[in-house]
Design a protein around this ligand. Sequence first.
Ligand code: GLA
Length: 545
Amino acid sequence: MKNRFFFSTAAALSLLCFSCTKPHTTLSEHKQAFAPPIMGWSSWNAFRVNISEDIIKRQADLLVEKGLKEAGYHYVNIDDGFFGKRDGNGVMQTNEQRFPNGMKPVADHIHRLGMKAGIYTDAGNNTCGSIWDNDTVGVGAGIYGHESQDARLYFGDWGFDFIKIDYCGGDVLGLSEKERYTSIRNSIDKVNKDVSVNICRWAFPGTWAKDVATSWRISGDINAHWNSLKYVVGKNLYLSAYAGNGHYNDMDMMVIGFRNDSKVGGKELTPTEEEAHFGLWCIMSSPLLIGCNLENLPESSLELLTNKELIALNQDALGLQAYVVQHENEGYVLVKDIEQKRGNVRAVALYNPSDTVCSFSVSFASLEFGGKVKVRDLAKHTDLGSFSDSFEQTLPAHSAMFLRMEGDTRLEPTLYEAECAYLPLFDDLGKNPKGITYAHDKEASGKMKVKFLGGQSENYAEWREVYSEKGGRYQMTIHYSHGHQRQLEVAVNGTVTRIDRLANDDNHHQLSIPVELKAGYNVVRMGNSYNWAPDIDCFTLTKAL
Ligand code: GLA
């Protein structure tokens, strides 16, 4: 937001008052309880397709014996590799060597332990294991063409509670993700509406995902190496707008507890990296699925995985994903409300993905705190004291720090970043080269902006929780670039201001318009119904005197 001249738009404004379509329901309007991210264990990272009845039952027992069930890990998920061939009627058979007694006794064992059982399929014909692990029984094991039949078997006859639906087969066939996953969900609903569905399409699939799934993978497969974690976290940094109301961005099964002989890339994480990994999965509200062989789980990893204060961030009743509030040098600061919406308590992460030390200076005003702020280190279970103005910390390479902060007062927000906005047409499938997206821009505030906005009325950016304590008149200052021959429509609670003349170049500029906010949450949308809108960096709000 620095070094930008003010581009006067007074003459360029024309005020059109018409109503937008009804804004999406805001989180605050949802009073009903919803399930937190699932916690449990999954077979893929440690065993790949080499699973068996004995292995799954033993891992389920170990969840109980090691106190992991007690800590909240309730799902035992069987990944790729359980199937045999289909019979002449298309009925799925289980793998005779790996599961000689079929799948029901395995699900029953898990249920008897008071836990939930998960299973796996592919949205196409063939599973990923049949392609990448040469597991030929995975050919034809996908659910495509067998949706009702498999749903009855998995959730009716066998009684599974969760399913992960991969996409290797779907990819090969070039199927439509939205159509396939919606159709599968409908088949499952006919058997059991409570089944938790996970979409495994290795990218944010689109805003339709929340209508069919509890969680969706946002990245390719993880392995036990810092660069892999950094990649997964990087893919999720700007997706907080899509999590909520019991639906979550899935950062993949965790790689905590692996030691050098592991199958996950043959690597292992340092204790500091493991702590950053776990804390980030917690504060970003990812499902927490342990991926290692519990038989060999080191004590220090067990202690981390059962850290109550970190788990509480993940299972918090508000169900929110932390968003990036600061990105300076190599460091990121993430924050989210916990316990109470817009209360005085927030969870904060300082995250240093880089290979060198990183110094953080986080102003309390940017975290919306006034007065003194009490700070607690959640990983170390230690109160750090009470601070004024800012929190300073230097972190080593590949690390993160997780804090609970409690301020004397909570301030009204003044800055809304484009990279935190909800984009209804956003997906990360890579099929549309000009699809709306969050983009790096080193001149932008937070070094991020939104581009490919507009062109149709549905392609907008929306901030659903623009908060004003008392309501009234504000000056909204919009920071943008690429205004050349473009226009911008700004809707505040449905009242649209159309800005016809923007700075006629691709540089960064700002413009101001007066807006009227009501007390509480307001919905702001930016876009352009007929032409490209400029790239949006952020907007600020200043109360008019
Ligand atoms: C894909 C998924 C993994 C795992 C394997 C199984 O790669 O992303 O999580 O399920 O398939 O083959």
